[in-house]
Write a protein that binds this ligand. Structure first.
Ligand SMILES: Nc1ncnc2c1ncn2[C@@H]1O[C@H](COP(=O)(O)OP(=O)(O)OP(=O)(O)O)[C@@H](O)[C@H]1O
Ligand SMILES: [Mg+2]
Length: 365
């Protein structure tokens, strides 16, 4: 492939970031010259940080591949790698079809390599995500049904205890009615949480950084000594049409979990990034905001890791297991999704929130 001799550098075309294929270009020394948004997402890196660095600094390169890349340049021959396991150093590994094409100015030797990466397990992610959402919807319906059944007689129970209290003279007996009332109230608030959000979002233009900073402020005042919470925001994210209170509630639930998981020296980071061409629940969006709550705690216990978004799943003695399903419902009401990645020392809950309306469905079969 030939690049214009006048501009072998990286003035990228306007549609560069609209490509769903991850594309990147290196020089002959395998230093990164440019990458598009899809590549940023796939490799978990931002271009500001990695442009100019060697390929091996952000992607595991075995000697065999490095040699093939060099000979592609010398022989001016493209390489196609089918279903190759790619291992970025700062993101999850993935399977991809990779096409590498030497680029050169007319009449010159190749001086750059163009990489096109088509992640083939992306479809698997999307269909797994859809399956999980279906399961969560069923569980939510069962939980809501159960919560309603408990809630109905609860009012009668409480009212009867109140009536009884007013008829009783013996303060010792009155004490029992107080216990019934207190426990009925506790059960009622639990059941209300089990029912989840009961309103549709009241959407308005929301500044996501203001929301993140608000949550940081709320948590900071009651943060246990020895824990830190910091912000790391991409200032270019536009306002989102969303229900501010619902977003605050969802983020707060995630941050509170991080606080519970952390011990002395623990750190929580709230961050915001923008993703382009991202698929959520089968719908492709041009722009998606990714709000992350990360912590350096012990990680989610292995035995519940797959089930944490289901109601009543908890790893804490005093937990009710409702914080995450509620947060997930709140974000799903905004056509978004919460994803989780966790290992000891690094847990991240990512809220993916569409900024624009979807561009169409992505078929997974
Ligand atoms: N950042 C985290 N680090 C480690 N474990 C976590 C983290 N976030 C969630 N968990 C695990 O997931 C479980 C479920 O979280 P969820 O918020 O749904 O319920 P909970 O915190 O137990 O109770 P609730 O939020 O209803 O008071 C937690 O009990 C905890 O074991
Ligand atoms: Mg919680």
């Amino acid at each position: 492939m030939t690049t214009p001799a006048a501009n072998p550098g990286m003035t990228t075309p306007p549609w560069w970031d609209d490509l769903s294929t991850a594309v990147l270009v290196t020089d002959a020394e395998l230093r990164l010259l440019s990458l598009n948004s899809a590549a940023e997402v796939l490799l978990g890196l931002s271009r500001e940080r990695i442009v100019g660095h060697g390929l091996g600094q952000w992607l595991k390169l075995d000697r065999n591949l490095a040699n093939r890349l060099r000979s592609a340049l010398t022989l001016d021959q493209p390489i196609t790698l089918r279903a190759r396991q790619m291992e970025p150093l700062r993101a999850d590994s993935f399977l991809a079809d990779v096409i590498i094409t030497p680029l050169h100015a007319a009449g010159e030797r190749p001086g750059q390599l163009l990489f096109e990466l088509n992640a083939i397990d992306r479809h698997e992610r999307i269909s797994r995500e859809e399956q999980l959402q279906k399961q969560q919807a069923i569980t939510r319906a069962v939980t809501r049904g159960l919560a309603h059944e408990i809630k109905n007689p609860l009012g009668g129970l409480r009212g009867a205890a109140q009536l009884l209290a007013s008829e009783l003279d013996d303060s010792g007996l009155k004490e029992y009615t107080q216990i019934i009332i207190r426990e009925a109230d506790r059960l009622r608030s639990l059941v209300d949480r089990m029912l989840g959000p009961n309103n549709m979002p009241r959407r308005e233009a929301v500044n996501l950084h203001e929301v993140l900073e608000h949550v940081r402020g709320l948590v900071s005042v009651q943060l246990p000594l020895g824990l830190k919470i910091r912000g790391d925001y991409d200032p270019s994210i536009p306002d989102v049409q969303a229900d501010r209170d619902m977003l605050v509630q969802a983020i707060l639930n995630l941050v509170q979990n991080a606080v519970h998981a952390l011990e002395d020296g623990g750190q929580i980071t709230l961050s915001s990034r923008i993703l382009r061409q991202y698929t959520i629940s089968g719908k492709r969006h041009r722009l998606v905001a990714k709000l992350s709550v990360r912590d350096n705690g012990p990680g989610i216990p292995e035995e519940i890791r797959e089930r944490i978004f289901f109601p009543m799943v908890t790893g804490r003695a005093e937990g009710t297991g409702l914080g995450l399903p509620i947060a997930q419902s709140l974000i799903q009401l905004h056509d978004g999704l919460i994803e989780c990645h966790s290992r000891p020392g690094a847990t991240s809950f990512d809220i993916l929130l569409p900024i624009d309306s979807p561009q169409g469905r992505e078929e997974t079969h």
